[in-house]
Design a protein around this ligand. Structure first.
Ligand code: AMP
Length: 428
């Protein structure tokens, strides 16, 4: 986002928790602070006479940063706390969809009493997904057939979510397990109109072959026609219709949604079903789409903040992208913090790839260290997925240090497996 805003002509003032070398270089000035210390962020924005705010992560949205900034007259290309409940409460999201009879729903139940869970499980015989109501960084979900192998496992995990108040509340959501291939569709919204971005497929599992623990996302790809190898134009359009209807529903309830909106869908044999919404860009998906954006991102943010998106269309180049995340050794289980990664930025750029620093810390100039989370994204951009994957790999060769990468992302074998899986799902 920082790069796209700077390329669009913005003068950047940035709040960040760790010293991110990429964003620091793009910024006029940087405040090192917790992103949820919203009073501090707002004071900084006033001091710097900031005109427009863009918000990367979800935690400050939940803390009410946008509400505070808007009260002080600063425009925001991001949702208020109430609108961000679309992401911050899975219970709110599911009940909003039910209240408005939106397409793309799956069956769901919410419990706060483990005895009720026990009774439910004794009569429900299909696969389920068990998740906390609140935010857990994409890591709080367990699913029948993966982590949950029996009805007892379902009860045990639901009980853990309730006891530990995972995601902040003693409430647990149990959903029907949706079968198919996942895809991400993001759109810009000004509260009324939505403008779509290319579809992307992320990889949540930590290890190659889509096994291992769920993570924030290990890498992602997009196709030159903005669809995916298993996703048709009609299915893409249906995803967009679900997003538009959701934006309409939030507006109808008096909490219009401004900013980038992210739909995580399961493409099932009955079409796209909503797995979750994010009230912001997806990570890593932002790197795929913003690397392709041809229209001015700053103008788009102004339009999202000011309600002027209708009629304008954002354009994205007809190229494919493959993004692989460089992560600390052990990421997903127990990350090795403080390993140095040496990056030859010029060599990466010379390969035709883009490098985005993520959760790294530049403790001293030029010394980039891992934190617990994903370190840097490398994005290959080219005419098709195969060529983009090669560019990404060639660029990765210019990084030195102790780290882990899922090399299978975007490889022909992996794409073929996904297409075959979807064929089986459709035929089932
Ligand atoms: P979430 O944090 O809701 O995105 O869930 C993390 C991951 O769990 C998703 O990306 C899916 O792979 C999986 N998942 C979540 N809910 C379901 C569901 N109802 N059916 C199947 N898979 C799910």
């Amino acid at each position: 986002m920082a790069r796209a805003l700077a390329e669009g002509g913005a003068e950047l003032y940035t709040v960040m928790k760790n010293r991110n070398p990429g964003i620091r270089r793009l910024s006029e000035d940087v405040l090192l602070a917790s992103e949820t210390d919203i009073e501090k962020v707002a004071l900084y924005a006033r001091m710097k006479a900031v005109e427009l705010a863009c918000v990367g992560p979800e935690a400050p949205l939940e803390a009410g940063l946008v509400d505070l900034l808007e009260k002080e007259g600063i425009r925001c290309a991001a949702p208020t706390k109430a609108a961000a409940r679309l992401e911050t409460s899975k219970e709110f999201m599911r009940s909003l969809m039910a209240r408005h009879n939106l397409p793309g729903r799956i069956e769901h139940w919410v419990f706060s009493d483990i005895e009720e869970v026990r009774r439910f499980v004794s009569v429900y015989n299909k696969g389920v997904a068990v998740k906390p109501v609140g935010l857990t960084g994409g890591k709080g979900v367990k699913i029948t057939g993966d982590q949950l192998l029996s009805k007892d496992d379902v009860v045990r995990y639901a009980s853990e979510v309730l006891d530990k108040k995972m995601g902040g509340l003693s409430r647990v959501v149990i959903e029907e397990k949706a079968e198919g291939e996942e895809f991400t569709l993001q759109a810009f919204s000004d509260g009324k109109a939505v403008a779509p971005m290319p579809a992307v497929q992320d990889h949540k599992r930590a290890w190659e072959g889509d096994v291992g623990p769920n993570t924030g996302g290990m890498g992602s790809y997009s196709q030159q026609d903005h669809l995916l190898p298993f996703l048709t134009r009609a299915e893409y359009d249906e995803g967009l219709r679900i997003i538009q209807r959701t934006v309409d529903a939030l507006a109808a309830e008096g909490t219009p949604f401004k900013g980038p909106i992210y739909g995580q869908f399961m493409l099932t044999r009955d079409g796209p079903k909503v797995i979750e919404f994010n009230a912001r860009f997806g990570d890593p998906e932002a790197m795929n789409v913003l690397s392709l954006m041809e229209s001015n991102f700053l103008d788009t943010c102004e339009a999202m903040a000011g309600g002027g998106l209708g009629g304008s269309r954002s354009s994205f180049s007809n190229l494919a992208t493959v993004c692989k995340y460089v992560v600390p050794v052990g990421y997903g289980v127990s990350s090795k913090v403080g390993s140095e990664i040496a990056v030859d930025e010029k060599a990466v750029e010379a390969e035709g790839a883009r490098l985005y620093y993520a959760a790294v810390n530049e403790k001293e100039p030029g010394k980039v260290l891992t934190t617990t989370s994903r370190a840097l994204g490398v994005v290959g951009v080219a005419g098709d997925i195969g060529a983009a994957e090669e560019r990404c790999e060639n660029a990765l060769a210019h990084l030195r240090g102790e780290f882990f990468v899922r090399h299978d992302i975007g490889r022909p074998e992996a794409l073929r497996k996904k297409a075959e899986h979807m064929k089986r799902v459709r035929g089932a």
